[in-house]
Write a protein that binds this ligand. Sequence first.
Ligand code: FAD
Length: 623
Amino acid sequence: MIYPTEFDVIVVGGGHAGTEAALASARMGRATLLLTHNIETLGQMSCNPSIGGIGKGHLVKEVDALGGAMALATDIGGIQFRTLNGSKGPAVRATRAQADRVRYKAAIRHMLENQPNLWLFQQAVDDLLLEGDRVAGAITQAGITFRGRSLVLTAGTFLSGKIHIGLENYTGGRAGDPASSTLGARLRDYALPVGRLKTGTPPRLDGRSIDFSVLEVQPGDDPAPVFSFRGSRDMHPRQLPCWITHTNTRTHDIIRAGFDRSPMFTGKIEGVGPRYCPSIEDKINRFADRDSHQVFLEPEGLDTHEIYPNGVSTSLPFDIQLAAIRSMRGLENAHILRPGYAIEYDYFDPRALKLTLESKNIAGLFFAGQVNGTTGYEEAAAQGLLAGLNAARHATGDDGWSPRRDQAYLGVLADDLTTLGVTEPYRMFTSRAEYRLQLREDNADLRLTEQGRRLGLVGDAQWALFETKREAIERELGRLRSTWINSKLVAVHEAERVLGQPVEREYSLADLLKRPDVDYAGLSTLSAFGTPVDDPVVAEQVEIQVKYQGYIDRQQDEVARRDTMEHIRLPADLDFAAVSGLSKEVQQKLATHRPETLGQASRISGITPAAISLLLVHLKRAG
Ligand code: FAD
């Protein structure tokens, strides 16, 4: 049966990528359909109930700056908030929140159900509808065909998913959910470049069987950070602490004794796992000299006793899991509610995608999330938003949009994936960004919200809030730069208290704020300061912009120097074999990857500066 309505955009999958994709497309006014296995699992966290962290928090703030849902849902569902790297520079400071799994999911579902232009439908998608080399819709398990102009595929870990616990394995998309085996097989028929990856999760514990009295407590920050630019502390529910325990030599002996029944070490799992989020057996194998690893015991919610032991992801047999857990302090009598497991799944080589996350081979087909070889909710959400907005633009014949590497972590993510591909599950780190100083969490809105507004992603309320904040920052910056003080205006004792020395000549307030030992709060106690801003977010932004101005200017100069070459476009039909001087190997690499810009070409491994010069000469001659 063909469904009577034709949609602009169809999104397949209601995880973190799919929900942001569907919301983005609908916010832009396109008729959007979200097709997912189960409406109850919209926005479900498959693994750790936490959002953010270094690099990841940056992505969440960017999604938020573009009108996305993840940060707001975290403010509504978060039961512990912390700022990581709080004592370090603002570029690497990051927000991390522990979420109540049920409240988070409910917040996402509420946003989806109340989003105009968005329709939800529960059904597994078994095939895509293709017309020539373009996508035209999706066909569900019950044989219903939905027609759409663009389609975003966000099937997560579900494509041909296989769950492993010890030497036992069975098909599944994640614990308790079916795999997408039919769709996985069909996509292989379409000759898309496919590979296998794996990820794992720890066993979950019943908090009533844990002796918390012997454990170290880790509270959240007070006052709690707020994730969304539209959020507030009032949205947060009751806050909970986490606890810390450790593995020990006995735990390690128990785990080693299980190596011969580990699906990883016996070759049952072919997929490559995340190096930066290794299983406990992997850590013990690789770091044999360590005799202890930290384990965070994180509550899964306010209305449950379930505890997530962060740091002991495992696919060892259940008897080993139980003995290893019970060997740790405080967990001697722990009851496991759900066993840990690993999952192997299909992913598609993201080098076959454009920067907009559209397939280079099938027009209108976009990929986002774990299916592109990434790991993590935040990476998925960011790609979902990018793919969703571009699917919306494609549906109405508009050109695609993707931020540059110097504009957003989202730009770094899209460029890394589509240029370099992945050899293991990709996660975001601040070290992946060369322009870290300007890509901070605190200025994500200043970098992106105006663009988001132009794209139709940012609604009136968010825009008004942003404009008020931006104007307040500009006004205060202007005031600090144009307010001058000297020894006549500041008494010696006052100058020594605030500045540590007398004011020996005339300075602007901005000059004084640049000093390493001076901050906005302190400076504002000078009687000559005038009226300080009352919004701490504005004050923080003013302080950062003044203090780091010199570094930021230098970084912008570097961006401008590289810019000219970076964005020179390579025609889609460029015949690399006709570029004289290029070696056969380089020609083949370029023909395989089909970079969209000279900058992208320069980041492909094995493409030398000499090859880039030859390309440049060729382009100049041709055009
Ligand atoms: P998912 O959240 O997997 O969502 C996919 C959605 O698509 C689901 O709603 C599903 O029902 C739906 N779907 C799939 N196929 C179809 C179909 N044919 N028709 C209709 N709907 C379909 N991340 C980390 O950062 N660190 C970790 O340690 C970590 N460990 C993990 C361990 C496990 C066992 C699992 C399963 C995941 C783990 N993750 C981890 C990854 C994290 O869960 C994912 O990165 C994130 O959920 C990806 O989001 P997504 O939207 O791409 O996919």
